[in-house]
Design a protein around this ligand. Structure first.
Ligand SMILES: NC(=O)NCCC[C@H](N)C(=O)O
Length: 402
């Protein structure tokens, strides 16, 4: 089953996940802001919830793959493993030579799977002693970690995005998440299952883009958020790549300008597709939007027009479907709308048209979806929701069939 993503809602067949692990146990209150969390999930319960999520996917016919397993297969040769560690430390900005050397030696002393868990989990200062020290190692060792953990890795939506037959390897906005994209970069390069996957964007480019901003609405239309996490330049580069250098079917990119703030982090934080003609969105979305419609222009240029209509009208026009309707997270209840938006009520994952996986805690929104003919499969969400991402954020579809 190869890469095939031309829809947000067609039958989900293959998906990428990460089961949260020890990285959550290395978060402490002083690190929360830097690590992009507002609270610390209880690992044991978070894992139970995540396993439930994965089982629901499997029960619905989805083949589930874990990013750390794929990476382990890709690092089977020692030389590749060493190269990965070097690049990872580079991206982690470990500048002190003594610390870098010691970390390299420490990480490579583990068997591959364990090494990956260690990299995700983070390395504490008390795990080993430096053999060589100097002034700067002394200063740096006052901190708690040689390497910070990757607690956001369970949001597999963001580090890469599968689009059409290819992959967008994202440059993440924040230092806390930038290293995550390296995992799939190595998978695409060294795992036979992925070796023919074309790369449509690379993390070495200077402009940020995150997968939560990339929605494949149909085989012709993409929606990309210009957000706190995604730069317009990245959208431009990706548009040119898709339109001029591939034979992909995409003709239109709706670049949706959303507020640059954490509550609107990614486009999928505030807007997801639940059926071929139905969307779910943040209750206050419409008032604050400007949409740039990007198409292939002449002589290698893009043609861009601005749309100032309501999002519903814009979607009706570009999806060529007059029935398109946007449902509002929390419905008419203002307080429920805010509460459920806070817990990613707008962020659901379609397993097929009209059938979505949603957090159980967002019961007002889930009832509204059901009243509008959508089947909602609820998953437990007390702990997973503390990371500020929902079922769409936690999953990266690799194949959606008809
Ligand atoms: N697509 C998404 O909205 N992903 C959720 C990411 C949450 C994570 N704590 C972050 O701030 O990046």
């Amino acid at each position: 089953m190869g890469i095939n993503v031309y829809s947000e809602v067609k039958r989900l067949r293959r998906v990428l996940l990460h089961r949260p692990g020890l990285e959550l146990e290395n978060m402490e209150p002083d690190l929360l802001e830097e690590l992009l969390f507002e609270d610390i999930p209880f690992l044991k319960k978070a894992q139970q919830e995540h396993d439930y999520f994965a089982d629901v996917l499997r029960t619905n016919g989805v083949h589930v793959e874990y990013v750390t397993d794929l990476l382990a297969t890709s690092l089977s040769e020692d030389s590749i493993k060493e190269q990965f560690v070097k690049e990872y430390l580079e991206l982690s900005e470990v500048k002190n030579e003594y610390i870098k050397e010691a970390l390299e030696e420490y990480l490579l002393s583990f068997e591959t799977k364990e090494m990956i868990n260690k990299i995700v989990g983070g390395v504490r200062i008390n795990e080993f002693k430096l053999k060589k020290e100097n002034f700067s190692t002394k200063v740096r060792l006052n901190k708690q970690f040689y390497l910070l953990p990757l607690p956001n890795l369970y949001f597999q939506r963001d580090p890469v995005a599968f689009v059409g037959k290819g992959i967008v390897i994202n440059r993440m906005r924040t230092k806390a998440r930038r290293r995550e994209s390296l995992f799939m970069k190595y998978v695409v390069k060294y795992n036979n299952d992925f070796k023919n996957t074309p790369i449509y964007y690379d993390m070495t480019l200077p402009f940020a883009i995150e997968g939560g901003d990339v929605l494949v609405l149909t085989e012709k239309v993409l929606a990309i958020g210009i957000s706190q996490r995604t730069d317009p330049e990245a959208v431009e580069i990706l548009a040119k790549k898709l339109f001029f250098e591939t034979d992909e079917s995409f003709e239109t990119i709706l670049a949706i300008n959303i507020p640059k703030k954490r509550a609107y982090m990614h486009l999928d934080t505030i807007f997801t597709m639940v059926d071929t003609d139905k969307f779910l969105a943040h209750s206050q979305l419409e008032s604050s939007l400007l949409v740039y419609v990007i198409k292939k222009g002449k002589d290698g240029d893009l043609e861009v027009i601005e749309e100032n209509k309501s999002l519903e009208e814009i979607l009706q026009k570009y999806l060529e479907n007059g029935q398109v309707k946007i449902l509002k997270c929390g419905g008419e209840d203002e307080i429920a709308a805010k509460r459920e938006q806070w817990n990613d009520g707008s962020n659901v994952l379609a397993v097929k048209p009209g059938v979505v996986i949603a957090y159980d805690r967002n019961y007002v929104t889930n009832t509204l979806l059901r009243d509008n003919g959508i089947s909602v499969i609820e998953i437990p969400s007390s702990e997973l929701s503390r990371g500020r991402g929902g079922p769409r954020c936690m999953s990266m579809p690799m194949n959606r069939g008809d």
